[in-house]
Design a protein. Structure first.
Lengths: 655, 94
């Protein structure tokens, strides 16, 4: 089959299948998603990815990879394809595909979300991940920033540092925001997280100091943590909450007593996606709660919210400053198992649901939430047009810049054969896409919005397997899983932030070489963003920086392919699409911040909210300008290599 | 020769699971050992890389045992590193 025919078919299949379901009013269910996803993945991998790998990149199993050429037993180490696939998948899979999908489905409905998931991974996602690995292999295992330094311009490397730091800052703000709200709102969640921290400390000690068997450590730590997570709703009945929920709620109330039950500050989220905003009731109207005023849209920031934010910062501080084996790694490891168990069983539930419990399998969410897809832009109001905002809201499930960074620094140095790049890099991305599809299934069958819908969806899917009585425990496990996924990322975000900050400004300002200073500085910046109360904008700005990093990675590969005289269209076109889309999304987010935060009516604590809003607008401007600089330098490099391929690069690349 | 059929499938699943679980610890331990090795070999044979240290008495006596590792040690010590290289394990799962 010709590549152009494959492209047209792969483009049309999801549009026809999902569009047909919407157009003919067929009730969407979990099995259709699973089957359609499997078919699209198979066709994309078999007929598109493999063709490009064979005909354009021309990977060759006989060429020596950096792992073989520079084997040192540590960084460069030939590794079996199967092991590396698992390792790469685990390295790239995190909270992104889950949170992004939940947010997008809540804003626009399941139909646009699933289309972008299918088309994004087919034409852009795997290409970005795979090509980042390939460019690194063909350039002696160098990382993207080192290649950019050589191939485009020295300042590109510095700009990438700035990018990475702000990317991390944004993700930290978004994740701490969502976790804090959950911890404050759900009294059944904190116990599991506290036990996770304790188990991580014990797990690190058992494994590295007491040298116990990994299986023993896994069984003990994972089992205790799962039991603690599921214990949250114990004793809960129609009469009221259980003893653990009562204890945590009482604790929250005691903390709120510090201010006499008054809010410390107030914020407004015009998108209503802040986790503290309750979902609409059966009549479609949002109820007023203790912390949300439905009439004015004001969200109260209570003292207990600040306490749980502090709790997460302390947790992250341990992860950022202790040796990685002592805390961060065991947290990740335990979290991985919890996620695997919850997601694995939920996947099984999603497949079985249409046969066992058809009512559970049916989607309870509108296919399209905004009939005009958000393109009806009103002056002075925040905008959420489908293009470009959907494409940055769902980031990692379709395409992610972070994957390129991991692939080029880590995976590329362990590939035994060049031909393994596709199953490892491309296969890893397709697998991550499945995580996003499952999140969509969970949130769509549950109906509601946000993390609550995800957890309820997981509960329902687990209920398909274990019975209806298990739904409340399954939901608690869903919340716990969500928290664990986000928390494991957050601690690492602060860890990488401190390293990046040291690398970036440590030379000029020596105090930033101290890891405690850099960690605390990073956390203070995050607090500023957190208190601005604009969770969705934070997430979308993070998505934009992530997608822009992916676009920059593809830009680098495009320039490299040009320098070695290969066809660039399969990556150049997606790169242009992502670059233009994300640049526009940054402008839309800056506009939204201005009209919804800075021109909002006066309320308590307005000062810090304004500072947070301006900080985010400044961040938007920085990202925009940095991307323009890189694009300008890349354009010059493109012209240069078009005239005459670069000798050093060409030599390395065609080695 | 690779396994085929059901055996191959089970073997692939086993490798995939190991890649997602135990392999991270294996790499961490290798990193920790290599950091100690790096200090040790640098103290003994740093002069090979131009580090101004006077080789101790034991350098020569230990040389036969260190020879297999000298080449990879030199490559690792002299390689120009990005921040993402030496914090590689921190980047996972973001």
């Amino acid at each position: 089959m010709k590549t152009s025919t494959t492209v047209v078919l792969l483009f049309l299949i999801p549009i026809v299948v999902f569009g047909g379901i919407v157009a003919f009013g067929i009730k969407m269910n979990t099995l259709i998603v699973v089957l359609a996803g499997a078919v699209e993945t198979y066709l994309a991998y078999r007929f598109y990815a493999k063709t490009l790998d064979r005909d354009v990149i021309q990977t060759d199993a006989k060429k020596a990879t950096p792992a073989k050429l520079y084997m040192d037993g540590v960084d460069f180490m030939p590794t079996s394809r199967g092991v590396l696939y698992g390792y790469h998948f685990k390295s790239i899979a995190a909270a992104g595909p889950i949170v992004g999908v939940i947010t997008a489905a809540t804003l626009w409905g399941w139909f646009p979300s699933i289309l972008w998931l299918a088309l994004g991974v087919t034409f852009i996602g795997w290409v970005a991940d795979y090509s980042a690995i390939v460019i690194s292999i063909r350039n002696d295992g160098n990382s993207l920033s080192a290649i950019a330094y050589r191939l485009i311009a020295p300042r590109t490397r510095t700009i990438l540092f700035i990018f990475i730091f702000f990317y991390l800052l944004l993700i930290a703000g978004a994740f701490v925001g969502i976790m804090t709200a959950l911890m404050a709102a759900r009294p059944d969640v904190p116990l599991g997280i506290l036990v996770l921290a304790i188990m991580a400390l014990i797990g690190g000690q058992m494994l590295y100091r007491w040298k116990l068997d990994l299986i023993v450590v896994t069984v003990v730590t994972v089992l205790i943590t799962i039991v603690a997570m599921s214990l949250g709703p114990v004793g809960q009945s129609s009469a009221g909450p259980g003893p653990i929920q009562k204890a945590v709620a009482g604790f929250n109330k005691a903390i709120d007593g510090i201010t006499g039950g008054r809010a410390v500050m107030e914020v407004i989220d015009p998108t209503y996606a802040d986790p503290r905003v309750p979902p609409p009731g059966p009549n479609g109207i949002r109820p007023t709660t203790a912390i949300f005023d439905a009439a004015t849209g004001v969200i109260k920031t209570m003292p207990n919210y600040l306490f749980w934010a502090l709790f997460i910062f302390v947790f992250s501080y341990l992860g950022a400053t202790l040796p990685i084996w002592r805390f961060a790694q065991p947290v990740n490891y335990i979290g991985f198992w919890i996620t695997l168990i919850a997601i694995g069983l939920s996947s099984l539930g999603a497949i079985l649901a249409p046969f066992i419990s058809p009512a559970t399998a049916a989607f309870n969410m509108p296919a399209i939430k905004m009939p005009d897809f958000g393109f009806n832009l009103a002056a002075g109001k925040p905008w959420q047009p489908l293009w470009p905002m959907l494409f940055v809201t769902i980031a990692c499930g379709s395409i992610s810049g972070w994957h390129s960074l991991v692939g080029s620094t880590n995976t590329s140095r362990q590939l035994e054969y060049e031909t393994d790049a596709l199953p490892v890099g491309g296969g890893g991305m397709f697998s991550e896409n499945w995580l996003a599809l499952l999140s969509l299934i969970a949130v769509a069958i549950a109906g509601g919005a946000g993390a609550g819908a995800f957890a309820a969806g997981i509960g329902k899917l687990l209920g398909v397997i274990f019975g209806k009585e298990f739904i409340s425990y399954g939901t608690a496990l869903g919340f716990g899983t969500f928290m664990v996924i986000v928390l494991t990322v957050t601690q690492l975000v602060f860890r990488v932030m401190r390293v990046t900050l040291t690398e970036w400004v440590g030379g000029a300002v020596p105090v930033f070489k101290n890891m405690h200073v850099t960690s605390i500085f990073s956390m203070l910046l995050t607090v500023l963003l957190l208190l601005s109360g604009t969770w969705v904008y934070l997430w979308q700005l993070f998505g934009a920086s992530n997608q822009l990093m992916a676009a920059l990675s593809m830009l680098l590969v495009t320039v490299w392919l040009r320098s070695v005289g290969k066809n660039t269209s399969f990556i150049g076109i997606p790169m242009l699409f992502m670059f233009i889309t994300t640049m526009f999304s940054i402008l839309v987010t800056a506009h939204n911040l201005y009209v919804s935060v800075l021109t909002a009516p006066a309320f308590t604590g307005r000062g810090i909210v304004e500072v947070g809003g301006w900080a985010m607008i400044l961040l938007s401007a920085l990202l925009f300008i940095a991307a323009l600089f890189i694009a300008w330098d890349a354009l010059k490099a493109w012209q240069k290599y078009g005239a005459a391929p670069g000798p050093s690069v060409a030599t390395a690349a065609t080695r | 020769m690779g396994k085929t059929g059901l055996d191959g499938l089970v073997d692939s699943a086993r490798r995939f699971l190991y890649g997602m679980t135990g392999y991270e610890f294996e790499r961490q331990l290798v990193e920790m050992r290599s950091d100690v090795d790096m200090v040790f070999i640098s103290l003994l044979y740093g002069d090979m890389l131009g580090v101004p240290i006077i080789p101790p008495y034991y350098s020569l006596r230990l040389l036969p045992y260190a020879v297999p590792n000298i080449a990879s040690w030199k490559r690792r010590a002299m390689r120009e590193k990005e921040f993402s290289d030496y914090e590689e394990l921190d980047l996972h799962g973001l």
